[in-house]
Design a protein around this ligand. Structure first.
Ligand code: FE2
Length: 255
């Protein structure tokens, strides 16, 4: 079993990049299950119906979100779709669902979406560590794979070691820069701190360089805008032993 996780799509251009690269990547790597983080795909913030419909034409099993989940109002018409996850540690009053179990190749695969709380608290969320305990204890599956959408590397690593031996794999999203720490943790969980983004290559985290630079150089507020130009695609593949359901290796994708 091979699970492909693709990092934060930034803008419509990322959809075009996926359309061009995903079928070939899935075929050449024999991918069984694909997860895509979609929280930045609509102009850097949120997800629209039009884009979700376009993405659904591709072979994607689950979409995850993050701190920009509510960035576009249309999300409220989408959150009941079983394939779309919002962070599971949002308050009970939030619509949507934070995990889903799908069966693929006779394996029950539970995908879980969580959001961190360190330097990313624009929406109040519950303790992700307590929430993941609850899900891993109560949801029956063969494979558990987690998107932990968080800012702090320490919080992501802490979650990795916390679920080590209980989750099959965990990957971080949100910081848009792929980390080179893909590994199998001591008790067998596949891990990478951040997948990196899928979006404009010459940019500051997907945003226009001039606009982003102005904030840093002048200390004045400046509206972000999505960068132009060619896109890169970043992600990771979790290769899983079909007998043990344990990760054999995690390797990075950069196209
Ligand atoms: Fe984010």
């Amino acid at each position: 079993m091979k699970i492909l996780a693709i990092g934060d799509l930034v803008s419509q251009k990322a959809v075009e990049k996926l359309r061009a690269e995903l079928p070939l990547l899935q075929e050449s790597e024999n991918i069984d299950f694909t997860i895509v983080n979609s929280e930045n795909v609509a102009d850097g913030k949120g997800l629209t119906k039009k884009i979700f419909n376009e993405l659904n034409k591709l072979n994607i099993d689950v979409f995850t979100m993050g701190n920009h989940t509510w960035g576009k109002k249309e999300i409220f018409e989408l959150v009941d779709n079983p394939k779309l996850l919002v962070p599971a540690n949002y308050s009970k009053g939030c619509p949507g669902h934070g995990y889903i179990v799908f069966e693929k190749n006779n394996k029950k695969i539970c995908t879980i979406n969580l959001i961190g709380r360190t330097n990313i608290n624009d929406v109040l969320s519950n303790n992700p560590f307590e929430k993941v305990d609850e899900i891993l204890k109560n949801v029956k599956a063969d494979i558990y794979i987690i998107d932990f959408h968080a800012e702090a590397t320490a919080e992501k690593l802490a979650m990795g070691y916390y679920v080590d031996g209980r989750a099959t794999g965990i990957f971080g999203t949100h910081t848009h820069i792929q980390t080179a720490d893909n590994k199998v943790l001591p008790k067998g969980t596949g891990y990478i701190t951040d997948l990196g983004m899928t979006g404009p290559k010459n940019s500051i985290l997907g945003m226009d360089i001039t606009a982003s630079l102005k904030r840093f150089v002048t200390s004045l507020p400046e509206k972000y805008k999505v960068a132009e130009g060619l896109c890169e695609l970043n992600g990771a593949i979790f290769e899983i032993n079909d007998e043990t359901n344990k990760v054999i290796k995690v390797y990075r994708i950069h196209l």
